[in-house]
Design a protein around this ligand. Structure first.
Ligand SMILES: O=C[C@H](O)COP(=O)(O)O
Length: 253
């Protein structure tokens, strides 16, 4: 249970979560003022964890940053949760393979996270592919459990984005329900900056946007790709992060 529910109060602007693979990328994100720096290894899956040694190094090097750890799905999350440094603010866990609501809520309550680290349950917009509970139901379970945060992502990183799985109307309904219940929702899933700007016209507030692919450049062929799902295994690009921050400042008020 979150110790401080005031943390979930609606922010004045949309926050930005950037997923990073290593300490160098984390330092770049911190220097740019990214709100939440999330460690994950995009080459191993949608929410795959980095080595615990990277968490430790980040906790030492970036004591003032809001740090987050992707724990993967149920198996890896149960194995790794106790190793998340107590100074991390968040840990994300995926629901894949869990079709029963009780299996998902059991997972959340069984994770041996340090008491100071807030769990951010993940819902997959492509729940069928992930063989798991649908987004609406995850939100209702979050509310019923008295939790105050969740992240909506995509399980498949195949070129399709969040918006290929959920319409604007669908997302607006979800966010209204979340806002009314005091739940902070982060939206992610191969999202591009132009899609964020377009969604910003909707009369609803998301707590945060989460991104990896669209703030990266390919590390091998150096040929720019418009597909964030292909770029997510590349390197973090400071100019792309800066562009996201500027857009969120413009649209998030
Ligand atoms: O938590 C958010 C994810 O890291 C987003 O990653 P993505 O933009 O590559 O789908």
């Amino acid at each position: 249970m979150p110790a401080d529910s005031t943390l979930a109060a609606p922010p004045r602007r949309w926050q930005l979560l950037v997923s990073v693979r290593n300490l160098d990328e984390a330092k770049t994100a911190a220097a740019l003022g990214v709100d939440i720096i999330d460690f994950k290894e995009p080459r191993r899956g949608p929410l795959a964890p980095v080595d615990a040694a990277v968490w430790e190094a980040a906790a030492q090097a970036l004591p003032d940053a809001s740090l987050s750890a992707a724990l993967g799905e149920s198996d890896s999350a149960l194995r790794l949760a106790s190793r998340v440094p107590a100074t991390f603010r968040f840990a994300k866990v995926g629901p894949s393979g869990l079709r029963a609501a009780s299996d998902l809520t059991d997972l959340w309550s069984e994770l041996p996270l340090p008491a100071s680290v807030e769990l951010v349950p993940v819902a997959y917009a492509d729940a069928d592919t992930a063989a798991c509970v649908e987004v609406e139901q995850v939100l209702e379970l979050v509310i019923a459990a008295g939790r105050t945060r969740m992240l909506i992502d995509t399980f498949s990183k195949d070129g399709r984005s969040l918006f290929d799985h959920l319409t604007h109307d669908h997302l607006v309904r979800l966010l209204r329900r979340a806002n009314a219940a005091g739940v902070w929702v982060a939206l992610a899933g191969s999202v591009r900056l132009d899609q964020v700007a377009e969604f910003a016209e909707q009369p609803v507030v998301a707590g945060c946007w989460g991104v990896r692919g669209d703030v990266c450049v390919p590390s091998v062929d150096r040929v720019p790709s418009v597909n964030p799902a292909e770029r997510r295994a590349g390197q973090l690009d400071a100019d792309r992060v800066h562009a996201w921050m500027q857009t969120l400042q413009t649209h998030g008020n």
